[in-house]
Design a protein. Structure first.
Length: 500
């Protein structure tokens, strides 16, 4: 009975407090419909505050979770990076071990500890060696990192580990000085072991390893400048010129002997010496991944041209006079190398990553293009002697690839028309006279060229060759080079890096 009275009293007190809230601004109590509206407003206001409070709490919880995830992701990423660095160290000590010292295929799981020795996570390695003709070219390393705190949140770092190659440059001068005339535009790096005169347009660095050099009239310096700075000229982007101690040296390592042996034993295409004076092989690449091979049985050497390699007028040997069909060969994906133990003429549409090697000269009689320009196709031409654009080359020539003249010159001989005042045998055959062959229009090379001797594609005093020359840098080339592309460093490094 006493409890019932207490409950009734409590109910009365709550009702009194509610009534005290329902007062008007002047202190009068609200009655009737007005009191009901006020109660509804209070309920709505309380609901709004409750909704805001719940949303704020949810936001703070979400931010806290996001921060936890961010820390876990950063830890996983750093652990993944540690994985690729570990395997780079492993390859530096065991260059041919692509099985992490286990003798069996991966993946390979490693625990990762901090400086105090506490395990903070794991990285899982997948190692993919890239062989060509049985010779290791590069190693792809994929590292998946995970932290102990949240092992389900992982990060992946994928790299390619290999030696740096010549395709990091647009142009390399291995010995002689070079002159880039007003008609030349270079989009990639230029590097020389000697002096450079730059009168063209350079859109990247121009580097000379020498502090001074002897710039003569051969390179546009009149009077002679016996102690010219490493890079000089009338080019506009001189802020990108470097010379002397500011330039790191580059050492090009050709590997023709290794290439030849690998082709003969690894399933590539080997073409034996023809035994024909000035003869060789004409290779025309086809868009279906094959190559048409013709034996060059005779060249037209009835006239003379000025050879920058020989430094004299010599019988021209660039024009194919007769050739005989040998067949159409498929280029093996596992050994996509053609080694011609003779002179070689190269043109066509390249499908795949292919290398052509020769201990003699390589001639470029026609356009060289790619089936695709997404990095899947590429060509390297490695010649021990010269890489020469022929007299019958197209008026507007397109070249794609890396062209290296290890001991000779990359360029085009100087040709003379009948109107030059020269007589036979120093003038070209009539079908190539004037703008039909001697004087061309433009040459665009996407990739790179290397020349030991001073390269010349245009002889302004005649005139002969290509007055407009564009050297384009192919950014898709550097991480996926054709096999046995000449290297510029002995050390291996990451040539591509991406987070997946």
């Amino acid at each position: 009975m006493e409890n019932q009275r207490s409950k009734i009293k409590d109910q009365q007190n709550r009702s009194a407090r509610l009534r005290s809230l329902l007062q008007t601004a002047n202190g009068k109590r609200l009655t009737g419909p007005t009191a009901g509206f006020a109660l509804i407003a209070i309920v709505i206001l309380a609901g709004v505050f409750l909704l805001i409070g719940t949303g704020l709490a949810s936001y703070l919880l979400t931010m806290q979770r996001a921060e936890v995830y961010r820390v876990s992701d950063e830890q996983a990423f750093q652990i993944a990076e540690a994985g690729v660095e570990y395997y780079a160290w492993h390859l530096a000590h065991f260059p041919n071990d692509v099985q992490d010292g286990t003798g069996h295929n991966g993946p390979y799981v490693h625990t990762y500890t901090d400086t105090s020795g506490t395990t903070v996570g794991t990285f899982t390695l997948t190692i993919t060696p890239n062989y060509q003709c049985g010779v290791l070219q590069s190693v792809d390393i994929s590292s998946v990192g995970a932290s102990i705190a949240d092992p389900l949140r992982t990060k992946t770092v994928a790299v390619r580990y290999a030696q740096q190659t010549v395709v990091n440059y647009s142009s390399i001068l291995a010995s002689s000085p070079a002159w880039f005339g007003p008609g030349s535009t270079v989009y990639g790096r230029v590097h020389s072991k000697n002096g450079i005169r730059m009168d063209g347009t350079n859109l990247s660095t121009v580097e000379s390893e020498v502090g001074t050099w002897d710039c003569t009239s051969t390179y546009g310096c009149s009077p002679e400048q016996a102690t010219a700075q490493g890079v000089l000229g009338n080019g506009s982007n001189f802020a990108l010129w470097k010379w002397g101690s500011a330039t790191a040296p580059v050492s090009v390592a050709p590997n023709l002997s290794i290439m030849k042996s690998a082709v003969q034993t690894g399933g590539g295409i080997y073409l034996a010496p023809t035994g024909i004076q000035n003869g060789g092989y004409h290779l025309t690449f086809n868009s279906n991944g094959t190559v048409t091979v013709n034996e060059v049985t005779a060249v037209n050497s009835s006239f003379y041209s000025y050879s920058v390699s020989a430094g004299a007028f010599i019988p021209d040997t660039t024009l194919i006079q007769t050739q005989s069909a040998m067949g159409v060969d498929a280029v093996s994906p596992s050994c996509s190398v053609i080694y011609a133990d003779d002179n070689v003429w190269v043109d066509g549409v390249v499908n795949g990553k292919i290398t052509v090697g020769t201990p003699s000269n390589a001639y470029l009689p026609n356009n060289i293009t790619y089936m695709a320009y997404d990095g899947t196709d590429g060509l390297a031409v490695v010649a021990s002697q010269n890489v020469i654009v022929t007299l019958d080359s197209p008026n507007n020539m397109l070249l794609n690839g890396a062209f290296t003249a290890i001991n000779g010159v990359f360029g085009r001989n100087a040709y003379y028309s009948a109107s030059s005042g020269f007589g036979a045998p120093y003038i070209v055959p009539s079908q190539y006279d004037g703008s039909s062959g001697v004087l061309r229009s433009s040459l665009s090379l996407s990739g790179m060229w290397l020349s030991k001797k001073a390269p010349v594609l245009y002889w302004s005093s005649i005139p002969s060759g290509y007055p407009t020359r564009n050297y384009l840098y192919d950014g898709t080339f550097a991480s996926r080079v054709p096999p046995f592309t000449p290297t510029t460093t002995a050390q291996y490094s990451f040539i591509s890096w991406k987070q997946e």
